[in-house]
Design a protein around this ligand. Sequence first.
Ligand code: ATP
Ligand code: MG
Length: 554
Amino acid sequence: MSTNENQPGPNFIRQIINNDLKNNKNDGKVVTRFPPEPNGYLHIGHAKSICLNFGIAAEYNGRCNLRFDDTNPEKESDEYVESIKRDVSWLGFEWSELCHASDYFEQLYDYAVQLIKQGQAYVDSLSAEEIRAYRGTLTEPGKESPDRSRSIEENLDLFQRMRAGEFADGQYVLRAKIDMASPNMNMRDPAIYRIRRVHHQRTGDDWCIYPMYDYTHCISDAMEGITHSLCTLEFEDHRPLYDWVLDEVKTPCHPQQIEFARLQLEYTIVSKRKLNQLVMEKHVNGWDDPRMPTIAGLRRAGFTPKAIRDFCERIGLTKQNSWIEMGVLEYCIREDLNENALRAMAVLQPLRVVIDNYPENQVEQLEVSNHPQKPEMGKRIVPFSKVVLIERDDFAEVPPPKYKRLVEGGEVRLRGSYVIKCNEIVKDADGNIVELRCSYDPDTLGKNPEGRKVKGVIHWVSEQHSHPAELRLYNRLFSVPNPDNEPNFLDVINPDSLEVLTDCRVEASLGTADPDNRYQFERTGYFCLDAIDSAGGKLVFNRTVTLRDSFEKD
Ligand code: ATP
Ligand code: MG
């Protein structure tokens, strides 16, 4: 067993585990789980928890289960279950066992019966509203329900009849009998079962009573022999209840709950409820919209599993909630793509360039490297011909100071190709520039002209060989760093979060772009093919992230 002493970035959870291993607690085993509720798609915050749980298990030669916390059937669905499995796998993790809280419904019921028999649970007929009113406040103790003194026999009978479906939804709940005066509100006789006639995606209509989260979670952990139950800080106040349930039902093992800070990322939200609202109210185009902080959205935007894992490692693990800058996530994806994305050329807003002294029907198949620093990534063919398209922005009729790109009478290099000179601007009747008449210097393929150095280098495509494409430029979904702090987060959606460019042209080789590849469109940004929207034969590319360097620095 690795003791993990040489792992980078020791954190408080590893310290706890190292200590447990030293004391041979849990027979030297490390078992964790990732326990999503299948009521939405996973987001970047979940990635932190996934990397932590699966990462810890891998480091210590332990096990990590994927467990669906499926006790709330009205909000859960198979679509969510499947998306969660896909996302965890895509991130690069393999679960030891696939589990469901619903696998334990019978056992959970038996344990509840046991609590009743021990005089530690009772069936309450107070309404939800009354229960809330009886609960007291942080400064005042709660009030005991009149049903708290119901006899064990009567409780057993009622609970059994709750299960049998004799009562209406909400007519009764089963509550743990703990302490209505506890300073911890979670300990004031929390509900552990409620009546809910809802079809469950796994157990169908077998049950009309469902166990509550706090009661279910700890028992599920114990059933799976989890050693370290890692969860976010908001569960700290629930830990006494977690421990109480396990102590009182006497499960064969007692996992240790350890809390860590949840990820909060600037300019976005990580709440499934709010993400769900964005989708349902169509503020975005689905859970996998590339602007969404969901794993599915990030994947569609072109993020790599490696970059997301790297991000989760980098942000570290603490017990203090804090905000992480979006720049950290962007840094991680740029690092990966700078290293691994294939280079290619795409022109976003094409301007026609006719090279007058280039032979009419000639085509040269230029060989260009796919990555300037990595010859092992190979080369591709970029056809060159008499008419090329350049970026409108790369020509200036009235150039600003220090402008290094094309001007009338000036020269510029077409990347991987020749130096051209602009001789004439052609305009339409309204004075718009429609094309440039240029000449090329045949001696400049791969070298500078005699005695001169041409500073500007611009990208281009051959008009005749390039493909029309749609480029989708994504920006931050919200216009303020903490949308969660707004009275209504919908009010601060960035109106410019998506810019669609429909008249782009991409180089010939991208006609067969692979959706699994990532591309750096030279000087423009990192992109990937949108496999879904390109299915009809149209080429659609999503911008994953901008290049670090802005245009002006060229
Ligand atoms: P949300 O607040 O988005 O609805 P949740 O906690 O209700 O999230 P679950 O499906 O219960 O969603 O989460 C599964 C696991 O992921 C839990 O252990 C939870 O603590 C963890 N988790 C959820 N959000 C974050 C986050 N932002 N950072 C780290 N871990 C998170
Ligand atoms: Mg939750």
